[in-house]
Design a protein around this ligand. Structure first.
Ligand code: MRU
Length: 373
């Protein structure tokens, strides 16, 4: 684990989540006792970021069942209890696919365990183990994204000596189990001595950029500059960035990508200024069941996030009576994306200028290197 603050503190039977609403002013961990606490923590953005949401939710059920005094039921009852808790958690936020992907995988493990388990406790044990593996795997996967991304960018942008990168929202240790995705690539570039500067946007209205990404960058001593979201086009026009790298909440089979609101504007600006735009995401953020981004449900959040300061947590700052539209995410079409950096390598475009995400994922899952080796 790197030395940044951990968003998820877990040991068997105990789960604490760093209350990201209070950062960077206070570091306060909340105790999560069960799936009901987990649901509220996700919905209220105590924990946020697609991979962190999935892992925290899965672990909230793990602590609930670990701490049962007794469970009056069979192995099949235990399986249906777990499945119901997972379905409930999936309803907390709709856009990121990682949580529903985790729920599908955990349900497969539950049903296999229930078929052979002598009792309810054995099903719970199998579940707890599987949820714990998700926590461990995420850090390794992020480090691989960082290393693939850093080599790919250096290769692609070989004209520049050092690279300056713009990122959006928070995709770091706080949004994952550790290290981060897009911020993991920035971390790796810095570790390899090839990062000139990272620019991070404020990311209105919840300010994940100014509160969380800026906090992580300062903590890691990475040369970094905060900009207002509205300054991104001017920054690109001034030739201050070599690439834009963002995370993802859901990537469709054609490469269309849902990410934090404002990502689409950045991709359009990058296209106009001929700056490559990359998405960095684990395979768990890919949803092959949808053909394009049109099928992605975009979460709309409370008007309070815009009407009040501190993303809805402070005093009212906007005129009373104004109506508000507050989508939390937008979809960037694949044609604006130069590459999708995953833990298994980088998904690049075919000669037709399209992505074959499905082919890449299938090769990665069959353990054949997607580059053909
Ligand atoms: O609303 P949030 O803060 O959960 O949104 C987070 C993002 O959009 C991130 O970019 C995405 O989840 C990737 S996190 C590695």
């Amino acid at each position: 684990m790197d030395n940044t603050l951990q968003s998820i503190r877990y040991q068997r039977g105990s789960l604490q989540l760093l209350d990201q609403r209070k950062l960077p002013l206070e570091t306060d961990y909340l105790n999560i006792r069960d799936a009901t606490d987990g649901w509220s923590a996700v919905r209220d953005m105590v924990v946020r970021g697609a991979p962190a949401i999935a892992i925290a939710a899965a672990l909230s059920v793990a602590v609930e069942v670990f701490n049962f005094d007794a469970f009056a039921g069979t192995a099949a009852d235990a399986a249906s209890f777990l499945e119901n808790r997972l379905d409930y958690l999936v309803s907390s936020r709709p856009t990121a696919v990682n949580l529903s992907d985790a729920a599908i995988k955990l349900k497969q493990i539950i049903s296999k365990a229930a078929a052979v388990a002598p009792d309810a406790n054995s099903v719970f044990q199998a579940y707890i183990k599987a949820a714990e593996i998700m926590l461990e795997d995420d850090v390794a996967s992020n480090k691989a994204i960082g290393s693939h991304g850093a080599s790919f960018l250096q290769h692609q942008l070989k004209n520049s000596n050092k690279l300056s990168v713009l990122t959006h929202c928070n995709t770091g240790s706080l949004a994952t189990a550790g290290y981060g995705t897009a911020l993991g690539v920035i971390r790796a570039l810095h570790a390899e001595g090839v990062l000139e500067r990272a620019y991070c946007t404020e990311t209105r209205p919840f300010n994940q950029g100014s509160r969380l990404t800026a906090f992580e960058l300062v903590h890691e001593k990475i040369p970094a500059t905060l900009i207002a979201d509205s300054a991104a086009a001017a920054l690109m026009k001034d030739c201050r960035v070599s690439a834009v790298i963002v995370g993802a909440d859901r990537v469709a089979a054609n490469g269309d990508t849902a990410n934090k609101i404002g990502t689409y504007s950045l991709a359009l600006c990058a296209k106009h200024h001929d700056i490559p735009f990359y998405v960095a995401a684990p395979l768990t953020s890919i949803d092959l069941s949808i053909l394009s981004g049109q099928e992605i449900v975009i979460e709309e959040r409370s008007p309070k996030e815009l009407l009040h300061s501190r993303g809805g947590l402070g005093e009212q700052v906007a005129a009373s009576g104004i109506s508000v539209w507050n989508p939390a995410f937008d979809v960037t079409p694949a044609n604006l994306i130069a590459g999708i950096i995953t833990e298994k390598g980088v998904i690049t475009k075919l000669v037709s200028n399209t992505f074959d995400v499905k082919d890449f994922v299938q090769k990665a899952e069959n353990k054949v290197c997607p580059c053909g080796k």
